[in-house]
Structures are given as C-alpha cells and as structure tokens.
Design a protein around this ligand. Structure first.
Ligand code: GRF
Length: 207
C-alpha cells in the first residue's frame, strides 16, 4: 500500500442480495466520483447473495458472515470486528436485510448509512415501493439516511423524488426508484466523506 493509499477513506458495504447499490458505489469510487475513498470490504450475511460475485468481479474483498443461529448481538459483534479489522471509516448498508444492534450503531455513530426506496419518513420498513403504490401517493422516491436505533428513522442525508405513474406495478415503480438510488447513494457518500455538513439535531445542513 502506498502512502497516499493510507489517506483514502475506507468504506465497508453490507449486502444481503442483488447488490446493485454496492455496484453503484464501487463504480463511483473507481470513477473518482467518490473522491479519496476505497472499498475496504463487502460483507454479506447471505452466502448466496448475487452481489458477492459482482464485488469479486470488481476485485473487491468479500466475506460472508452468517447469522448461524446466533443472537443479533453476537452476529453484529463479529461484523463490527471485521469492519474494525479492515479499518473501515464508513459503513454503507446496501440492501442489507437485517436490523443492526444498538452497540453496532454506537460503535459507528453517524458513520453508518442506509438507502431506502421511499421518501422517508413515509413508508419505512419492507416493500416500501408497494406501500407507496397501495397508499396512492403520486410521488415517491428514495432516501439516504444515517442509521440510528430506529427503523429507517435516522437523520436524512439526501433524497430524490420519483413520480408514480398510472400504469405502474410494484416492479415498474421499484425499477424507476432503483435507477435514482444508484445516482443518489454515491452523492450522499461523497458528501459524508467530505465532512462538508453539520448535523443540527436531525437536520443535516450542507456547508
Ligand atoms: C434497494 O431498493 C434499497 O433501497 C433497499 O434494498 C434494495 C437493495 O437493492 N434497501 P440492491 O441489493 O442494492 O440491488
């Protein structure tokens, strides 16, 4: 590792499945759209996650850390140890389908990001796109937020608005939102790594 590499901010990404947001982040780092950063490790709790191969194809280090009948706390302790071993500065949840424990949140306070496919605080939790469709909203979108002890409830970093069209199914709406997720997440990561913001209570203000 060269001296300049030592100054790169190290990102750890947690996935459970497809990994398209992980790919968007990795490609943005490689393209220099997220400056002075590198992906240190991609961790999946699912051995069959398709995203693992996408990460390996990009030359990224990957690791499977299964829950394996352990408590959430024990599972998270192992993940935190792996992240610390890889000297991770910022943790990005990218389709990671588990709640994380308060001690994990505390260890990386304001250094864990998540992307959610709705305009939070509307439609937290699972199947946010279908929730939006069923509710009848005309606009939805995606949100990148800090992870705290609440479900999809931490301070909002960035959002993007997406229209709901008359002909939409859950799938077509999810695809339209996903395309925006892939643009929004790298921008939010770049902002946080830059440190060019203040958190006033819940409110993130860009300097
Ligand atoms: C995305 O819609 C993301 O917003 C949500 O889970 C999905 C993950 O997709 N948290 P992918 O694994 O990044 O393709």
């Amino acid at each position: 590792m060269t001296e300049s590499n030592n100054q790169l901010k190290r990102i750890g990404i947690l996935i459970s499945g497809r990994g398209s947001n992980m790919v968007a982040l990795a490609d943005a780092v490689r393209a220099g759209e997220i400056a002075n950063a590198e992906i240190a490790i991609v961790i999946s709790d699912q051995p069959e996650a398709a995203g693992l191969k996408h990460a390996q194809d990009r030359g990224l280090a990957t690791l499977v850390v299964e829950r394996s009948g352990r408590s959430r706390l024990e599972h998270d302790r192992e993940i935190v140890a792996v992240l610390q071993h890889h000297r991770v500065d910022l943790v990005c949840l990218a389709g990671y389908m588990r709640l994380i424990s308060p001690s994990f949140v505390e260890t990386f306070r304001n250094r864990i990001l998540n992307i959610h496919p709705s305009l939070l605080p509307s439609f937290p939790g699972l199947e946010a796109q279908q929730q939006a469709l069923s509710h009848g909203v005309k606009w939805t979108g995606c949100t990148v937020h800090f992870v705290d002890e609440t479900l999809d409830g931490g301070p909002i970093i960035a959002q993007c608005v997406v229209p709901v069209l008359e002909a939409d199914s859950g799938e077509t709406l999810a695809a339209r939102i996903l395309a925006e997720e892939h643009r929004l997440y790298p921008r939010a990561v770049e902002l946080v790594l830059n440190g060019n913001y203040e958190l006033n209570g819940r409110r993130l203000v860009v300097r």
